[in-house]
Write a protein that binds this ligand. Structure first.
Ligand SMILES: NC(=O)c1ccc[n+]([C@@H]2O[C@H](COP(=O)([O-])OP(=O)(O)OC[C@H]3O[C@@H](n4cnc5c(N)ncnc54)[C@H](O)[C@@H]3O)[C@@H](O)[C@H]2O)c1
Length: 266
């Protein structure tokens, strides 16, 4: 796309797989130096290696994004290696199974809020210290179509992703005077390792899915709810994130941008 992000320092959480991996690669293609942070060190290293083998600059960091000490250490290591953080992508997140709210276990609720919302809060809190000193920065938070409209059976996930949208708006207002923009992206359906896990839990919980493959469960869901009738690709989401991270997007803040084939319409 040739966006103005060459030489910027980007930190991507959950960058070892799925959307995070595509976002890390996409930012690197645009010339950013990328810190790939992930709970799974091997996956972070694989993604960083991929970036380096195509001529980019990357560093892999093992980090649990819901642990405040780990998050602070991740930011400290990034600053030690590259001098600063210009772009933060809070990508970590996901759901844990499906159940009616009335039957949701408390630990399932807590885990979902932690991984989707607390992780974004902790990373924003830590990176904001650096960006406020720099008087510039870009923060992109991963929400979802489930952060725009309620869906049965994924109550904790919807609540967390609506929370991400709220956090984004608050931070956009608080950080605007430091010339830091904060936006969220709201994808629909992308077939990632995370979605495979969800399809597996649907297969186990519902007799109507028992004979279907994970891909078929995904496709059935996509077709039934998406006006454009097709899923999104991780690369499409990565392109939107790269744009929001660029100089070109300097006037966009506090927005939650849907990339979902038309499922949610404002
Ligand atoms: N896949 C979709 O259809 C879709 C749609 C809308 C929103 N999203 C959101 O996009 C984001 C990425 O989704 P995905 O499907 O690519 O997920 P994924 O499960 O395929 O990958 C998530 C990555 O995050 C890492 N991770 C998990 N917990 C972590 C932690 N505590 N600290 C650090 N790293 C951790 C995992 O190791 C993995 O590499 C999530 O926030 C998800 O809610 C996904």
């Amino acid at each position: 796309m040739d966006l103005k992000i060459r030489g910027k320092i980007a930190l991507v959480t959950g960058g070892g797989n799925g959307l995070g991996r595509a976002i890390a690669l996409g930012l690197a293609t645009e010339g950013a130096k990328v810190v790939v942070a992930d709970l799974n060190k091997n996956d972070a290293q694989k993604a960083a290696k991929e970036i380096k083998s195509s001529g980019g600059d990357a560093l892999a960091i093992a980090c649990d994004a819901i642990n405040p000490d780990d998050v602070d250490l991740m930011v400290q290591k990034t600053v030690e290696e590259y001098g600063t953080v210009d772009i933060l992508v809070n990508n970590v997140g996901g759901g844990f199974g499906t159940s009616f709210v009335a039957r949701t276990f408390i630990d399932e609720w807590d885990k979902t809020i932690e991984i989707n919302l607390k992780s974004a809060f902790l990373c924003c809190r830590s990176v904001a210290q650096v960006m406020m000193k720099n008087k510039k920065g870009r923060i992109i938070n991963m929400s979802s179509v489930s952060g725009r409209q309620g869906e049965p059976l994924i109550g904790p996930y919807c609540a967390a992703k609506f929370g991400v949208v709220g956090l984004t708006q608050v931070l956009a207002k608080e950080l605007a005077r430091f010339d830091i923009t904060v936006n969220s992206v709201c994808p629909g359906y992308v077939f990632t390792p995370g979605w495979e896990k969800l399809a597996q839990s649907l297969k186990e919980a519902h007799a109507s899915f028992a004979a279907k493959s994970l891909e078929e469960i995904f496709e059935t869901r996509v077709k039934s709810v998406t006006p454009l009738g097709r899923p999104q690709t991780a690369e499409e989401v990565a392109s939107l994130v790269a744009y929001l991270a660029s100089e070109e997007a300097r006037s966009i803040t506090g927005q939650s941008i849907s990339i979902d084939g038309g499922i949610f319409m404002n």
